[in-house]
Design a binder for this molecule. Structure first.
Ligand code: CUA
Length: 240
């Protein structure tokens, strides 16, 4: 999760997020090299006393400083396109989770298993045992090391289902069903927030994924009953 003064990406919990971080670092290095070069050239321009009254054009240098940036851009564009298509790929998901955005909470459906469905509301900070503005009463429980498909929609306005550490950010539109997938490669609790300005309580509809082993997930599915779902869902062992 995001901790104080963190200006970088959050640590990845999925292979795609890892790739996004690699791409960010790659692009940032190119950006820093360009910035240093331009800063050096500008320093030289500002602090020299030479004047050439007849300098109007220089075909060769203009050719070079047109082609070089173009080549540099290709080095950013190709990995970017690779990542774009990689993020859109769906590889035989084992589980499908449906998430529905409402003003202002999320609700979830596990249609694969006896139509499990529940609402997920933000909860208050209590005794610093949870995180302010980030924790919910009913978390999404998902098994790690599995390809998971998520179907996203909304009932009222546009929301956005976003979890930075999983590399997922997908809009929830009313009347549309959007699809993406991810693979969680470690256990843990991953926090996200709605990231489409959706009204007064936009900041107060967080998303929490609890990643557990397949054995525990099956156990959770089996013990889930609609009558006492609140009791079953709250899984204390993972609390920090
Ligand atoms: Cu829902 Cu912002």
């Amino acid at each position: 999760m995001a901790t104080w003064s963190n200006l970088n990406y959050q640590n990845s919990a999925s292979p795609l997020m890892e790739q996004i971080i690699f791409f960010h670092d790659h692009t940032l290095i190119i950006l820093i090299m360009i910035t240093i070069l331009v800063a050096y050239l500008m320093m030289n321009l500002f602090f020299n006393n030479y004047i050439n009254r007849f300098l109007l054009e220089g075909q060769m240098i203009e050719l070079i400083w047109t082609i070089l940036p173009a080549i540099t851009l290709i080095f950013i564009a190709l990995p970017s396109l690779r990542l774009l298509y990689l993020l859109d790929e769906l590889n035989n998901p084992l589980i499908t989770l449906k998430s529905i955005g409402h003003q202002w909470y999320w609700s979830y459906e596990y249609s694969d298993f006896n139509n499990i469905e529940f609402d997920s509301y933000m909860i208050q900070l209590n005794n610093l045992s949870n995180f302010r503005l980030l924790d919910v009463d009913n978390r999404i429980i998902l098994p790690m090391n599995n390809q998971i498909r998520i179907l996203v929609t909304a009932t009222d306005v546009i929301h956005s289902w976003t979890i930075p550490s999983l590399g997922v950010k997908i809009d929830a539109n009313p009347g549309r069903l959007n699809q993406t997938s991810f693979f969680i490669n470690r256990p843990g609790i991953f926090f996200g927030q709605c990231s489409e300005i959706c009204g007064a309580n936009h900041s107060f509809m967080p998303i929490v994924v609890e990643s557990i082993s397949m054995k525990n997930f099956i156990n959770w599915i089996n013990n889930y009953s609609l009558d006492d779902w609140k009791q079953v869902l709250v899984s204390k062992p993972f609390m920090v």
